[in-house]
Structures are given as C-alpha cells and as structure tokens.
Design a protein around this ligand. Structure first.
Ligand code: CP
Length: 307
C-alpha cells in the first residue's frame, strides 16, 4: 500500500488498488479482533501518538485500541491539555512529538490541511483523523469495508448520501472512495448545505429531494448536522430539517429491500434519522464502529511497514 508514501492524508490521493489492499488487510485484522485473542505484535517497538484538537469518541478510541492490540507504545494529547493552550504552534507541537521518536502521529484538527502541514514538518508518519471540512479517510475506509462485507463489492451500487454535505469531511471522503471503486453517488440535503462543484468529485449526482436520492438505493449514508461548523443558520429549524431530510421508515421504504443504513456518528436521534431506523435490522451503525478498529489496525500496520 501507498508505495513511497509515509502518510495517509486523504482518499483523494489513493488508487482503487490502494483502497482494496487496505480493505483486504482490515478484513484479516477484523477476524483477529473477533477471535477473542486480539493481541498481535505487528507494531512492537513502534510508538503511536493521537493528537486531537477536536472532540472524538469513535476515531480516537479505535486508533488507540488498534495500536494497543498491535503492541505499540501509545499516548494521546488533546489541545485542551497540551502546550497548545500556551500558544505553541502546530509545527512546534509536531516537532516536539517527533523528537521523542514517535513513529505515527494521528491528528484531528478543525482546519483543513492541518495534517498535510504537519506531515511536511515531521519525520513520523501522519494519519488524518479528520481535518475540518476536507477529509476523514479512515472513516471512508471503514464505510467501504462495511459495504463490501455486506454487498460483496461496489460496481453498479447506488449510494445515497443525505444531510449536511457542505460541512462533511465524511461525505467528501466517501464520495472519492465510492466513485473510485465503481459506485454511483446521489447527494441530497438542504440547498444551503450542498457545496457547489461537489458533482465534480466523480460519478456524483445532486438530487432535488431525499426521495430522489434514496429511491432504489443499495446504501444510505446519513450525515450529522454539524452545527459547530455553521457560522449562521442554514436551515430554519431542526424540526423542519428532520421533516424534509430526516430518514424515517417511509423514506427508507423507497430504497432497495435490505438497503444498508449507515451513519458515521455521533447520531442526533430524531434529527438525521428516527430511532426506529437507527435501531432497525437495516442499521449498520454499530458494525461501522466495529470495522473502525480493523481498518485503523490495517492503516497503522501498512504505514509502519513502509517506514
Ligand atoms: N465518525 C467520527 O469521526 O466519530 P467521532 O467524532 O466520535 O470520532
């Protein structure tokens, strides 16, 4: 994977072959994690640091568990508990972590491009764990693993991505991955939350309604409303959002029978989707979380192997 690369910064830079290599290895890692004996020695002697400037439950914990399962020395830093509070720059923070012999730095930051800047200034491999509204590559990889496990592949699939597209790094990374792998992507959401030019991400169609996006869909990815990134109100009320764009049984019934319901989390129940849909047989949300550990194990293994 990633021949000649030291970092994983985005899906845009990966080929379909790179993605398949990660998914194949992640499938092996998942078997190991579910076997009851999670321990491997793939990262023995390596050190992994998570550097999170934004909140996280799933991504941070799954990277930390992945590195521990593979026997690395791991540590974490959050912006609120670090010298960032004293005015230290990202580059100086990165160089400090680098100077301690760290092999991999996993960064989440509110600024798009922060992982790229860090990667240029440290010897360690850098993994983008979400940068502003740009990319969230490991989320897209775990989404692809979930789809492939359950639908067998990507060629010819119709995938609806619904919600706050503008502020969603998941939407961008998913769209890059899905179109590289042969699926068609259909986007729907409030007009104010659909960025201009998104259709240029590949085989992407912008739909006028959620119904148009989900009809005959194989997969529906519902996105979180990212109120923290909205500088002004971009839709009238949460109630209206859920009425026009929320996933309920009626809208779900338009999709193919057994269509996969996905959401990167955290879920705002009753807003992006009803509890009935979130907890239904068709919901793959908890399985996405399980796959997050396996995908992150695969990414850490491949980057450390390249080093
Ligand atoms: N999907 C995702 O990135 O979740 P967290 O913010 O909890 O990491």
């Amino acid at each position: 994977m990633l021949p000649g690369r030291k970092d994983l910064l985005g899906i845009q830079e990966l080929s379909a072959e790179d993605i398949y290599e990660i998914l194949d290895l992640a499938a092996e890692m998942k078997e190991k994690v579910l076997s009851g004996d999670k321990k491997t020695y793939h990262l023995q002697g390596k050190s992994v640091v998570t550097l999170f400037y934004e909140n996280s439950t799933r991504t941070r914990l799954s990277f930390e568990l992945a590195s521990k399962y593979m026997s690395s020395s791991s540590a974490n830093i959050t912006a609120s508990g670090s010298s960032v509070q004293k005015g230290e720059t990202l580059i100086d923070t990165g160089k400090t972590i680098d100077s301690m012999g760290t092999d991999v730095i996993i960064i989440r930051h509110s600024a798009a491009g922060a992982p790229h800047l860090l990667a240029k200034n440290v010897k360690a491999s850098v993994v983008n764990a979400g940068d502003g509204m740009n990319e969230h590559p490991t989320q897209a990889l775990l989404d692809m693993l979930t789809i492939r496990e359950n639908l067998g592949g990507f060629e010819g699939l119709k995938v609806a991505i619904v919600g706050d597209i503008t502020h969603s790094r998941v939407a961008r990374s998913d769209a890059f991955a899905l179109t590289k792998l042969g699926a068609s992507v259909f986007i729907a959401g409030p007009e104010t939350l659909i960025p201009r030019g998104f259709e240029n991400a590949g085989n992407v169609t912008i739909c006028k309604s959620v119904e148009e996006a989900v009809i005959d869909a194989d997969v529906i990815v519902n996105l979180r409303i990212q109120l923290e990134r909205q500088k002004s109100a971009l839709f009238p009320t949460i109630h209206e959002y859920s009425e026009f764009y929320g996933m309920d049984q009626k809208r779900l019934s338009l999709a193919k029978p057994g269509a996969l319901i996905m959401h990167p989390g955290p879920v705002n129940r009753g807003v992006e989707l009803t509890s009935c849909v979130a907890d239904s047989e068709q919901s793959y949300i908890t399985r996405q979380v399980t796959n997050g550990v396996a995908v992150r194990m695969a990414v850490l293994y491949l980057l450390c192997r390249e080093a």
